[in-house]
Write a protein that binds this ligand. Structure first.
Ligand code: BG6
Length: 507
């Protein structure tokens, strides 16, 4: 249920919808994800007036805290990470709905306590039995928690109410474990009540890929193998693993980023026009792309992997991955991964999609670059076009959100000399409103029960089917190649493209 102004057209998607009466139970309140993303996003939503007045937040953790201690944790996280300004009146109203339940995941008493807490909130805050359970915990515990929710009747909505579960990637570590995980969730919640978060789908610039492609006339006619030479999708980070050794070691760049964020980006770039923007129509088109992916025969030549060594980042000397606290000297975890994928469809036959991601690279940037073929004929002398490269359309996902079109232009003067120039669209220059954080959008959509931005299980499975053979191939190879921190990755990544006569962009 949601509140909209009855005088306005309910189909008008420009109007922000406000979540109806509800609450959220957060497991894993002490983790990074909760502190840096979930709690600040909840405050930002409240500050923007998008949460119901009686919204409630219940923290569940193995800590000996009272409600006020939990409130202090949320307060600190909001002060440090919220996007919008801190307003006392918003904070006070929100904080009245905070509760804390101490306990372990195997502690029946704690789940009975949670049950009573939710009933109390329904009475005093009017949450109407509508509650979401956000599992910001390692996936190894998902089974225990959803089992307890079932056992204690917390997963059953009463008449006219809803119960939902929110899980974060990684959704398993290969196809088999992803299926097992899904069985665990599907045993307790119907598929429409399971919300899988891939936060890239909540980013404005990522949603804009569909707007750009399907709201305009000028891009789609050239969006195919007749005009496109290749596509490069880059997600580069300048940071190392931070204190995330426990999560990252053994997972690495392919599972952390390619399986989800990059394959989702690729699906949006490559898919056909959906019949509508509802979840089912989007899923059908994304699924078609993912199921048409074909790996090159020689994985040794068409993929690259690396591990960052010591070097320089942001003017500071930094240590290598193997020196990071908690990482074993023998670790073979990739901190850089690049893959070549082909899509067997009429639109994309012969157009490679190059996906790469890495930590401790030259700078933080995520972009999709669609690189076009050269014009079939150049009526200029070879010297006139020496500085002309291929036309490109670059979707700048972050930072510096926007789009760049690169094309050739005559250099002013008497000679005919043609050189690359850029035409830029920047969000900051065209819009006055700043983009909400991905988590604001996704948490609100989940509370509204609006699923288009959440990957479905089928997409998750198909993504593992693409990645599993590459992971097996790499597992057999032992140690990844070292690359210096602050560089653009291992040499094998450059070699992978140069074999195809191409080069990576240096954004
Ligand atoms: C997460 C990964 O999904 O995305 C992290 O687990 C990564 O390793 C992060 O740092 C990057 O997110 P963003 O939004 O800063 O690009």
């Amino acid at each position: 249920m949601s509140y909209t102004n009855p005088l306005r057209d309910p189909q008008d998607r420009r109007l922000p919808q406000i979540a109806g009466p509800c609450g959220l139970v957060l497991f894993g309140v002490t983790g990074d994800l909760s502190r840096k993303k979930v709690m600040p996003a909840i405050y930002d939503l409240a500050n923007r007036g998008l949460l119901p007045p009686g919204f409630s937040l219940v923290g569940f953790a193995r800590r000996d805290w009272a409600d006020q201690d939990f409130a202090q944790i949320v307060h600190d996280s909001v002060k440090a990470y919220a996007r919008t300004e801190f307003r006392e009146e918003v904070w006070h109203q929100l904080a009245e709905g905070f509760r804390f339940v101490p306990g372990n995941f195997d502690d029946d008493d704690a789940f009975r306590h949670l049950h009573r807490t939710i009933e109390e909130l329904d009475q005093v805050r009017g949450t109407d039995g509508n509650h979401a359970f956000y599992l910001a915990i390692p996936p190894g515990f998902f089974g225990d928690v959803v089992g307890q929710l079932k056992e204690h009747g917390l997963a059953d909505p009463g008449p006219g109410s809803w119960r939902r579960v929110v899980v974060e990637k990684p959704f398993g570590h290969d196809l088999e474990s992803a299926r097992e995980l899904n069985t665990v969730l599907a045993d307790v919640f119907p598929s429409g009540s399971i919300f899988r978060i891939d936060h890239y789908l909540g980013k404005e610039t990522v949603q804009n890929i569909l707007a750009m492609r399907f709201a305009n006339a000028m891009f789609e006619p050239i969006w195919n193998a007749n005009y496109v030479d290749h596509v490069q999708i880059t997600m580069a980070e300048d940071v190392g693993i931070g204190g995330r050794d426990g999560y990252y070691d053994g997972i690495g760049a392919p599972r952390d980023v390619i399986q989800n964020h990059l394959l989702q980006l690729m699906s949006l770039v490559a898919m056909e026009e959906p019949t509508s923007f509802d979840a089912e129509s989007l899923r059908i088109e994304k699924q078609k792309v993912l199921s048409s992916v074909v790996l090159p025969r020689r994985l040794d030549l068409s993929t690259a992997r690396g591990q960052y060594a010591a070097g320089w980042a942001g003017g500071e000397k930094v240590i290598g991955f193997l020196e990071e606290e908690g990482i074993k000297q023998s670790s073979t975890t990739e901190t850089f991964a690049a893959v070549t994928l082909n899509i067997a469809s009429r639109r994309w036959a012969g157009v490679p999609f190059y996906l790469r991601t890495g930590k401790r690279l030259g700078r933080r940037v995520t972009e999709v670059a669609v690189v076009f073929k050269r014009a079939p004929h150049q009526p200029f002398s070879a010297t006139s076009t020496e500085e002309l490269t291929q036309n490109a359309l670059v979707i700048r996902v972050q930072p510096d959100e926007g789009m760049t079109v690169r094309f050739g232009s005559k250099v002013p003067g008497t000679a005919m000399e043609i050189r690359d120039v850029n035409m830029d669209f920047a969000y900051g220059g065209s819009f006055t409103e700043s983009s909400p954080e991905a988590y604001e959008r996704l948490i609100l959509d989940m509370l509204l029960g609006d699923p288009p931005l959440f990957p479905q299980h089928e997409e998750v499975e198909l993504s593992w089917k693409i990645l599993d053979p590459i992971l097996d191939h790499w597992a057999a190879k032992g140690k990844p190649e070292a690359y210096g921190s602050g560089t653009w990755g291992p040499q094998s990544a450059d070699a992978m493209l140069s074999r195809d006569g191409r080069v990576w962009r240096r954004p």
